[in-house]
Ligand binder design. Sequence first.
Ligand code: CA
Length: 364
Amino acid sequence: MKRRHLLGGLAAAAAVSACARTETDCEPGAAAAGESFDWSLVTSWPPGFPGLGAGVDNLVKRVRAASDGRLNIKVFAAGELVPAFEVFDSVSRGTVEMGHGAAYYHRGKLDAAQFFTAIPFGMNLNELNAWLYYGGGLDLWRELYEPFNLVPFPTGNTGVQMGGWFNREINSVDDLKGLKMRIPGLGGEVLRRAGGTPVNLPGSEIFTSLSTGAIDATEWVGPYNDVSFGLHKAARYYYYPGWQEPAPALETIIHKEAWDSLPADLQAIVETTCQAITTDMVAEYTYGNTMSLQQLKNDPNVEIRRFPDDVLSRLKEISEEVVTELADSDPKVKKIYDSFSAFKAIAEENQRISEKAFLDTRSS
Ligand code: CA
């Protein structure tokens, strides 16, 4: 059985021998029936990371099983082959065939991509999936990544996050002033305009910074991941909702040549599995968050609180300002913003009389 290695990086060494036999072995689109592929995948997640990292392991396991071993993908956690934030560039260059991370990590380089992960006060999980798969969102995403030789696939979602852990109470907008908080991306910019000091720290430094008082607050994900980081031992107040990340979608990116080299059945397996991982990850997070929330509710050192209404309205006002400015700064962002906002505006009406109304009724 022939095995193909298309691109560089670790795969390149093996490719020398695979390609040496015949020139056509390494040409895109020349896959023969029954041919196998060995790919490498780099991620933005620490090794053994529950939820996001588990989603990637699950992805490659399912692809291998569904393809009867014809598509084997080796996973490299953040830092093993490339640093967390270099996933996009290494797949774009073709150092590896595949990557998994989040589109909002490309802020500054590709601002429009943030709409495909999460923006403050943006769409919830149902709305985002509807927009991506049926409302033209995924087409816009593919168009945006085309110049980088990348094909993106939504793969995983944490669902709505928590507002974060705070070492002081937030009773009014004034309490945000001078607040030093780990909150990356657009959410961080919103906090800055509200008078706070946003900082960006990798996951591995959050616990220490919060427990030593180097920061006053942090957002991370939700009960499931936050408890596994021990954040409940470093701060008392756990605020909701996660206005900054209403339903962050994760991304799989595949180098265009590698994607084109796959026969149609393997392409279908990859595409379908990526979509299945979103369903699976949402189930894992919903289960994990549910169980961890019970633990936190019973912890005498933790208080779970909703942000006051006036704080949320102020944050929402600033978020709209920040996102509109971003859209006006670049026609590429504007095009995606327009599609995103138009759908969000009408999707909310539907969510209000369905999911929200149902939950309100059930719990009343
Ligand atoms: Ca977060």
